[in-house]
Design a protein around this ligand. Structure first.
Ligand code: TYD
Ligand code: MG
Length: 454
């Protein structure tokens, strides 16, 4: 095989250059050249036919038990993965720095080690001492948990060969380095090449590999996005750093559903699973305050009850303030416009603050009705009933539309003691324990709940 070389390929038109240039000579696009390895097997090399390394078999002869997930022992992580990690699979865990990726994986590593399976934790970001200190704090010191601080790919592969673990954690993929490439660690070329090698290694050895990938606030990254199609599973760890709540979502999963959601709380001793998130969100709720209403949202397949709050004050500003936290700014503006035009509630001279309690982000339009009611309630000073939830999308005409999976949302509301739900006419029947108040428009809803002063 010829010696490995590197060249630069344009990600737009595919033409290659021996040296990096700012502009592609083929298509004249700027900044599109990415380094890649080429060797005897590179593009343009003749291909010889060989017998297949794994002969084709009939589809019904494939052994499905090969894909049995093995639990990590961290319940919320296993829930999201549909039971656990599949041997031979590669999972990417993305998230902003400081969100808790290393913490959750160290906890999972310790649980797997405690169940008698070998784990190798490769830390390229923190020293062995730092990882040990954290492991002590998390109660994660275990003889089956091995640690290495290698970043160069040959040594990483060497460490895997030496320990022969069932689970490998690479923290993070942005620190990995293939010395054959001139690009710096964290560049697209490096993360892509290193991940490619690790995917091969996982398949060859039948060990599960979890890669940590940092994502910046803007979502721009040298890393996770370019890796999504190379790995089997992509998880995203999200949350607001000022709140304890962390959400673990599945972005891609070759072995199961992408509807599951994991919930954690960052505590003194690491991340704790939150089996009853709705209860946690509503724990500090005060009743009888105007501008507050509970909305049954759905995160993936998981219903979550979240309190929405709105506060309006007379504005002295030429263009009044609109501040939304955890709620889409566009949705807030839309509802203020609908209130003004369709419900006849003036909103032009007030500052408006709206938030979703607990650091959650509500993006779905199913929270429109709740937000509209919270705004009217704050404007008129009339509180909404404490045992009420609101569920519906508001159109520009003020008309209401049903949202998906209403019964599942309302079952969660019923579990937490809510008795009434205000719903669009088209919504399916609520589960037992919940009385439906059916309305056609936002103005109907406001009138049925007596929110307008007489
Ligand atoms: P970390 O797992 O290092 O984040 P990431 O790997 O995603 O960058 O988590 C860092 C934050 O978590 C840090 O701000 C401290 C906090 N933390 C706790 O609150 N409790 C704990 O037990 C641990 C280990 C960390
Ligand atoms: Mg980390």
């Amino acid at each position: 095989m010829a010696r490995t070389k590197t060249l630069y390929r344009c990600s737009e038109c595919g033409s290659t250059e021996p040296k990096w240039t700012g502009r592609c000579n083929g298509c004249e696009a700027w900044g599109t050249l990415i380094e890649e390895l080429t060797g005897g097997t590179g593009a343009g090399a003749p291909v010889t036919m060989l017998p297949p390394s794994s002969p084709p078999i009939q589809i019904s002869d494939v052994d499905p038990t090969e894909f049995n997930p093995k639990p990590t022992g961290v319940a919320e992580l296993d829930r999201v993965l549909g039971g656990g990690l599949i041997p031979g699979s590669v999972t990417l865990l993305g998230g902003e720095p400081g969100i808790g990726k290393s913490t959750v994986l160290l906890q999972a590593a310790a649980e797997v080690a405690a169940s008698g399976r070998k784990v190798l934790y490769l830390s390229g970001e923190e020293s062995a001492q730092q990882v040990r200190l954290r492991a002590e704090r998390l109660g994660a010191l275990h003889p089956m948990l091995w640690l290495a601080t290698e970043v160069a790919l040959p040594q990483v592969l060497g460490a895997i060969a030496e320990v022969e673990p069932e689970l490998v954690i690479v923290d993070s993929v942005q620190t990995l380095l293939n010395p054959d490439l001139a690009s710096t660690p964290g560049s697209v070329a490096q993360v892509r090449e290193c991940t490619h090698r690790l995917v091969q290694e996982a398949k060859r050895r039948g060990c599960a590999i979890v890669l940590v990938g940092h994502v910046t606030k803007e979502g721009a990254l040298a890393g996770p996005r370019v890796l999504e199609h190379m790995v089997d599973t992509v998880l995203s760890f999200e949350g607001d750093r000022h709140h304890a709540l962390r959400l673990l979502r599945v972005v891609k999963h070759r072995f199961g559903s992408t509807q599951e959601l994991g919930l954690f709380e960052m505590a003194e001793k690491g991340l704790k699973g939150v089996p009853d998130a709705s209860g946690m969100f509503l724990a500090d709720r005060r009743l009888g305050i105007p501008g507050s209403v509970v909305v049954p949202t759905l995160e993936g397949a998981r219903p979550l009850l979240v309190e929405l709050q709105a506060l309006t004050t007379p504005s002295t500003l030429p263009s009044p303030r609109r501040s939304a936290q955890g709620i889409d700014n566009g949705r807030l503006s839309l509802l203020l416009a609908v209130l003004q035009q369709r419900v006849g509630v003036p909103t032009g001279q007030v500052d408006v603050y709206a938030l979703a309690v607990g650091g959650v982000k509500i993006v779905e339009p199913g929270a429109d009705l709740a937000l509209g009611l919270a705004l009217v309630s704050s404007l008129t000073g009339v509180p909404l009933p404490a045992d009420l939830v609101a569920c519906g999308e508001v159109g520009l005409g003020g008309e209401l539309r049903q949202v998906a999976h209403t019964p599942r949302r309302l079952a969660e509301a019923s579990r937490l003691g809510f008795k009434r739900a205000i719903l669009p006419f088209s919504a399916p029947a609520p589960p037992p324990g919940i009385v439906a108040i059916r309305v056609g428009t936002l103005i109907d809803a406001v009138e049925r709940l007596d929110l307008l002063p007489a």
